[in-house]
Design a protein around this ligand. Structure first.
Ligand SMILES: *Cc1c(COP(=O)(O)O)cnc(C)c1O
Length: 401
C-alpha cells in the first residue's frame, strides 16, 4: 500500500519498530525505578532490564556485556572514545589518524583535540570512498595512539575494510576505534572477528529510540582504558556518570535483538529494492553512482544527476523524503564533505541525492520513487539552459565547471 509521503531517509533516522515501543512502555510508568537504587524492588527491576539490554547489545556485536557503556547516542560515544583515549594515552603519544569522510561527530572532536595539542592526520579517500591501506600504513608511527575509521559511511554506505585496517593498526601498536552507527544492526559486525577496540553505535539508526546509544570498549587483548568525560555518580563502571535512561536502553536492547534475528532476510530484501531503484535511476543519461558498488550497505544508494540541482529535485519530488548530501550538513549550503572528499566537483556534489531504504520500505514505494525521480530530473533539465548547451555541444566538448 502506498501512503504519502514516502520516507527514504533511513540513514538520518529510522522509525521505531512497534515491538521496540512495546518493550519500552512499562519502564516509563510501572517499572520506573532507578537501576542504581540497590535497596528495593523498583531498583532491582530496572537493573534487570538494563542487564538484559546489555546482553542483547553484546550478542549483536560479539562483545561481552561488561564491554558496553550506554550513552546518549553515537555523538557522545564518538566524543567519549576519542577524547577518552587521547587523555588516557597522553604519555604514549598525541597522534590520531582519521579520515576526511568521517561523520562530523568524529571530525569536530578531532578538531577540538588539535587545539589541545593533538596531532591529527586526516586520510584522503579514493574516488570510490575507500581509504588507501598503504597510505594508512605510511602515516602510523610510535606516537600514534588511535586510528578512528568509520565502519560504513552515512552518505554513501561505503564499508571500509575494517579487518585489514585493524591488522595494520595493531601491528603498529595503536588502537582502532570505529564509528559503526550505520553498520551495527544492518550487516554482521563482530568486534572480535573485526579486531575492533572501541566502537560507537546508536539506537535511532536501527529502529530504536532517539537519545540512546553506546560505546563498546575492549576489556582484554588488549585491555583498553579511557578517561571519563562525564563526572558524577560513577555509573557505567565510572566511564559515564548519569542516571541510566532505562526505557531508552530497553529499547536499544530490543532493537538489537530484532536486527540480529531479522538481519539475513532484511539484507536480501533491501538489496533487491535498492538495486531496482538504483538501476532504474542510472538508466537516465548523465547520472552516476557515488561510492564503491560492492563494499557498501544494502539499503542505500547515492546518485548524482548532473545538470539537476538536488535542492530543485527535492522540491519537485515533494512526496518523497530524501536527503541531499548528509542530513547533518543540509542546514548549511556547503556541498557534502563526503562527496567532495571523493573528488566530486561542487556542482556534481550539489546534484546528488541519498536514497535510504529500510525495514518498512515496500516495493510500491520504490516504484513510485523511480517514476517521480525520473520525472523530476527530466523536468529540471528541460528548464536548464546549461543542459541545452550541453546537449548541443555534445558530451566531449562540455567541461563540468
Ligand atoms: C547518526 C550518526 C551519528 C550521530 O548519532 P547520534 O546518535 O544521532 O548522536 C554519528 N555517526 C554516524 C556515522 C551517524 O550516522
Amino acid at each position: 500500500m502506498l501512503t504519502l509521503p514516502v520516507y527514504l531517509d533511513y540513514n538520518a533516522t529510522t522509525p521505531m519498530d512497534p515491538l521496540v515501543l512495546e518493550a519500552m512502555i512499562p519502564y516509563f510508568t510501572k517499572k520506573f525505578g532507578n537501576p542504581a537504587s540497590r535497596n528495593h524492588a523498583f531498583g532491582w527491576i530496572a537493573e534487570e532490564a538494563v542487564d538484559l539490554a546489555r546482553e542483547q547489545v553484546s550478542k549483536l556485536i560479539g562483545a561481552s556485556d561488561k564491554e558496553i557503556i550506554f550513552t546518549s547516542g553515537a555523538t557522545e560515544a564518538d566524543n567519549l572514545a576519542i577524547k577518552g583515549v587521547f587523555e588516557m594515552y597522553r604519555e604514549k603519544g598525541n597522534h590520531i589518524v582519521t579520515c576526511v569522510t568521517e561523520h562530523k561527530a568524529v571530525i569536530d572532536t578531532c578538531k577540538h583535540l588539535e587545539k589541545l595539542g593533538a596531532e591529527i592526520t586526516y586520510l584522503a579517500v579514493n574516488s570510490d570512498g575507500l581509504i588507501d591501506l598503504k597510505e594508512l600504513e605510511s602515516v602510523l608511527n610510535e606516537r600514534t595512539i588511535l586510528v578512528s575509521i568509520m565502519y560504513a559511511n552515512n552518505e554513501t554506505g561505503v564499508i571500509q575494510p575494517i579487518r585489514e585496517i585493524s591488522e595494520l593498526v595493531h601491528r603498529h601498536g595503536s588502537l582502532l576505534f570505529t564509528d559503526a552507527t550505520q553498520a551495527v544492526g544492518k550487516i554482521p559486525v563482530d568486534v572480535n572477528e573485526d579486531g575492533i577496540d572501541l566502537m560507537a553505535f546508536s539506537a535511532h539508526k536501527m529502529y530504536g529510540p532517539k537519545g540512546v546509544g553506546g560505546l563498546y570498549v575492549r576489556r582484554k587483548n588488549p585491555r583498553v582504558r579511557i578517561t571519563a568525560q562525564m563526572d558524577g555518580g560513577g555509573h557505567e563502571r565510572g566511564l559515564r556518570s548519569g542516571t541510566l535512561n532505562v526505557p531508552g536502553i530497553v529499547g536499544l536492547g530490543k532493537a538489537c535483538e530484532l536486527c540480529r534475528t531479522g538481519m539475513e532476510e532484511e539484507v536480501r530484501r533491501l538489496s533487491y529494492l535498492r538495486d531496482k531503484l538504483e538501476n532504474s535511476l542510472l538508466e537516465l543519461e548523465e547520472t552516476c553512482l557515488n561510492g564503491n558498488k560492492e563494499q557498501r550497505l544494502p539499503g542505500i544508494t547515492n546518485i548524482s544527476f548532473s545538470h539537476a540541482e538536488s535542492d530543485g529535485l527535492i522540491m519537485a519530488m515533494k512526496d518523497i523524503a530524501v536527503s541531499s548530501g548528509s542530513a547533518c550538513t543540509s542546514a548549511s549550503i556547503e556541498p557534502s564533505h563526503v562527496l567532495k572528499g571523493m573528488g566530486l566537483s561542487d556542482s556534481l556534489a550539489h546534484s546528488s541525492i541519498r536514497f535510504g531504504l529500510g525495514r518498512f520500505t515496500n516495493e510500491e514505494e520504490i516504484d513510485f520513487v523511480i517514476e517521480q525521480t525520473q520525472k523530476a530530473v527530466k523536468q529540471l533539465r528541460e528548464g536548464s539552459p546549461f543542459w541545452k548547451l550541453f546537449k548541443e555541444a555534445g558530451k566531449a566538448e562540455w567541461q563540468e565547471n
